[in-house]
Design a protein around this ligand. Structure first.
Ligand code: ZN
Ligand code: ZN
Length: 392
């Protein structure tokens, strides 16, 4: 067996125990205080690290200078849990009512700390410098942006950025490492369509925002189907409509909310400008006024083909029997995108479902749990790839 893989398997009980410790004490975004203490406790046991804590409330950065010259590599792991009531029945289930590690970030931190431990064992041989970033609040709260503001991309500036997600959409043994865009850019919108309220029996005296909304929603469907090139990917979803109270009253306004997703800047620009034109134009045709609020959630996660190639070669060497997927993409989004934006790096997916063991509930579900052996694949991949990538 590959010596890195056998060493990772040898210390797997450490990885698993840590993951379970994190799992027992889940904390929501920017409140990961206990989580942060565990991370610092473990990093403090290792030699060669300088540790900074309290970044963006609870974030931790640990720097490990190698013994040789080379590139600076930033490895990012997210820390937060979700407001979900756990229903896994696991012996190590959440001890906090209504909060659960239902996305696998407990596993990510255990992977990060194990990787830090193994890479520090050979730090004299290690080229360059490593920056382990433990980031709070990935789940839609803006943790990555705040960590960037706290300086994770400076002093020293990283040359390469790495990150990964345990992925229950795919089975244990599967690894997804794709060139180019891999997770979509995401914006949310809130559209208010204003008309003039009135009596339901006398529509000619009112301006009906309900009919205008129906037309807007229908018209929006043709942007993706008729204007985005068929081989590109995009989504416009209207996911809520609110307007009116009574069966005989035409309301003043209707509010629509939803999400817009894309992979490339060109498509994103097209979607955003046409979204605005269609909403305003169709509302106007119905004598209504539209107000739009569009909020950027995150850009697309875009992998550098050179870094992805090194990771794929490493994965092939470590797991000759595994399934390596070079074309996996998802329309989910990740705030890792802000850290990777305009930089070289790669975000990988590590298959973690095991239906035979009942470990195949999807991310964010109360029954979510993953096969802990997936952490072996993740740690081995990082420990083997980092020295390759950091060589001058
Ligand atoms: Zn999540
Ligand atoms: Zn996640």
């Amino acid at each position: 067996m590959n010596p890195i893989l056998s060493r990772v398997k040898e210390i797997f009980p450490y990885t698993r125990d840590l993951r379970r410790e994190f799992h027992r004490c889940p904390e929501l975004g920017f409140q990961e205080f206990q989580t942060s203490k565990i991370i610092i406790r473990e990093l403090s046991k290792l030699e060669g690290f300088s540790i900074q804590s309290g970044l963006a409330e609870t974030g931790v950065v640990a720097r490990l200078p190698g013994g040789k010259s080379g590139k600076t590599i930033l490895l990012r792991f997210d820390m937060d849990a979700l407001p979900v009531q756990e229903a896994t029945g696991a012996a190590y289930a959440s001890e906090k009512a209504g909060i659960m590690h239902a996305c696998g970030h407990d596993g990510h931190m255990a992977i990060g700390l194990t990787t830090a431990r193994l890479l520090s064992e050979n730090r004299q041989e290690l080229p360059g410098e490593l920056k382990f970033v433990f980031q709070p609040a990935e789940e839609g709260l803006g943790g990555a942006r705040r960590m960037i503001a706290a300086g994770i991309l400076r002093d020293p500036e990283p040359d390469i950025i790495l990150g990964l997600h345990l992925w229950n959409e795919k089975p244990l043994g599967w690894i997804g490492i794709t060139d180019g865009p891999v997770m979509s850019a995401s914006e949310t919108f809130r559209v208010t369509i204003r008309g003039k309220g009135g009596h339901g029996g006398k529509p000619h005296e009112a301006i009906d925002p309900v009919v205008a909304s129906a037309a807007v929603i229908t018209a929006l469907q043709s942007i993706v189907s008729r204007e985005v090139p068929p081989l590109d990917s995009a989504v416009i979803t209207v996911s809520s409509i609110h307007g009116g109270e009574a069966h005989n009253v035409i309301p003043e306004e209707v509010i629509l909310t939803g999400t817009i997703r894309s992979y490339t800047k060109k498509t994103r620009d097209l979607l955003l400008s046409r979204f605005r034109q269609v909403v305003e134009g169709v509302s106007g045709m119905h004598l209504c006024r539209a107000e739009l609020e569009i909020q950027e959630i995150s850009p697309a996660v875009v992998n550098d083909p050179g870094v992805a190639r090194v990771l794929r070669n490493t994965a092939r060497g470590l797991f000759p029997e595994g399934e390596l997927d070079e074309n996996y993409r998802t329309m989910a989004s990740e705030d890792m995108a802000f850290i990777l934006q305009d930089r070289q790096g790669c975000y990988c997916f590590i298959g973690s479902a095991n239906p035979g063991k009942g470990l195949d509930a999807k991310h964010h579900q109360p029954a979510f749990n993953f096969d802990e052996d997936a952490m072996i694949s993740a740690v081995a991949l990082l420990v083997a790839a980092v020295p390759e990538l950091s060589q001058g």
